[in-house]
Design a protein around this ligand. Structure first.
Ligand code: ADE
Length: 351
């Protein structure tokens, strides 16, 4: 190993000797990874980038690399809390030896699945396992070596953001709502910095914990949107949640962090309207046509002008005219530090 590199790492050669077994093992897995045909993410640039599990010849290797295997005897399933495309979603506890038990959500893969279904199911774990951010749902690990196959994630007491807001209409201050939006912007800034495009950012895919912290979830479906009841087939055969999706992504599949910003603007509107359905009962086709004609969602009742302006900015037709997630985040931070920018509500201006 190169001396300068060792010096840069700030470790003495004795440590290197001790660590060599580990480093060799690590290099071996790194080499194995690079011999696969994914798009060469630079491990020494200092910026961690997302690795698409689909670029692994064998997707089970991606799961092994990014998700910890959990001994099923550590998991105690308590109740069913929902149904996913692949099977039930349960709540329960994870008790690792020597650690405090924690509340978890457990996604299970129902029996009788095909190999491809197992791969699609575990794809979410190999994506989530690459992320480490307070506003991204945390993967605890997977159970793959026994049945049922499971994905274990942190439990979020208040469930999905859309239904949470619908049951608490009008109960939060504007500053609390902006705090939720800030959390989502932190998570999305992290994802876009990692080079990950979500494609299905919507309030239904944000989870809320007991302290109102919002975390981005639902990663498995970023390519195949089978599990989202909002996703509709387009003329070109893609399945897309039309009301949340930027026009260039609907028209010619150009998904990017800029199209995620468009979706973020829709999430802002959902939050400020306490879970109202974007474009109400309009049909998907009418939504597409109206957007094309320049129509945009009006400000929800009681929404500060500044926030509606940010929404309109994120719904610019030209994707390069939209703010980036870090711009959104610093804008919200400024509003939180100096909330006088939240005092003028749209209704006041209209009056
Ligand atoms: N529903 C789906 N995932 C969940 C989670 N992590 N916590 C609570 N409810 C959920």
């Amino acid at each position: 190993m190169n001396e300068t590199f060792i010096a840069l790492l700030g470790i003495c050669s004795w440590d290197v000797l001790l660590c060599q077994g580990y480093i060799k093992a690590r290099m071996k897995s790194e080499e194995k990874r690079r011999t696969r045909f994914h798009s060469g993410h630079v491990p020494f640039s200092g910026i961690k980038t997302y690795v698409d599990p689909d670029t692994y010849e064998d997707p089970t290797q991606a799961v092994e690399e990014f998700a910890k295997e959990i001994d099923p005897s550590y998991i105690c399933i308590e109740r069913v809390i929902g149904a996913g495309e692949f099977g039930e979603v349960c709540s329960g506890r994870l008790r690792k030896p020597g650690r405090m038990g924690i509340a978890v959500a457990i996604k299970t893969l129902k029996g009788g699945y095909m190999d491809q279904q197992r791969r699609d199911f575990l794809r979410e774990a190999s994506i989530m396992g690459q992320f480490n951010n307070p506003n991204i749902i945390r993967l605890e690990g997977v159970v793959t070596k026994s049945r049922p196959v499971m994905i274990v994630v942190e439990y979020m007491e208040n469930g999905a953001l859309d239904s949470f807001l619908r049951t608490r209409d009008g109960q939060f201050t504007v500053l609390q709502l902006v705090g939720m939006l800030r959390g989502i912007a932190v998570g999305m800034t992290y994802l876009s910095d990692m080079g990950y495009v979500h494609r299905d950012l919507a309030a239904r895919n944000i989870l809320v914990d007991e302290n109102l912290v919002c975390k981005v979830s639902d990663f498995g479906m970023s390519r195949v949107l089978e599990d989202d009841s909002e996703a509709a087939y387009t003329a070109t055969g893609g399945k897309i949640p039309i009301r949340w999706t930027a026009p260039e992504a609907i028209a010619y599949g150009k998904f990017s962090s800029a199209s995620d910003v468009w979706s973020y603007g829709i999430v802002m509107w959902e939050v400020m309207s306490y879970g109202e359905r974007p474009y109400w009962e309009m049909s998907n086709q009418d939504v597409i046509l109206s957007i094309e004609e320049g129509y945009r969602l009006p400000a929800p009742m009681g929404c500060p002008v500044t926030l509606h302006q940010l929404m309109l900015h994120s719904w610019q037709k030209e994707s390069n005219q939209r703010p980036r997630f870090n711009d959104v985040l610093s804008f919200l931070d400024k509003l939180i530090i100096n909330p006088s920018g939240l005092l003028t509500l749209v209704n006041d201006v209209q009056r």
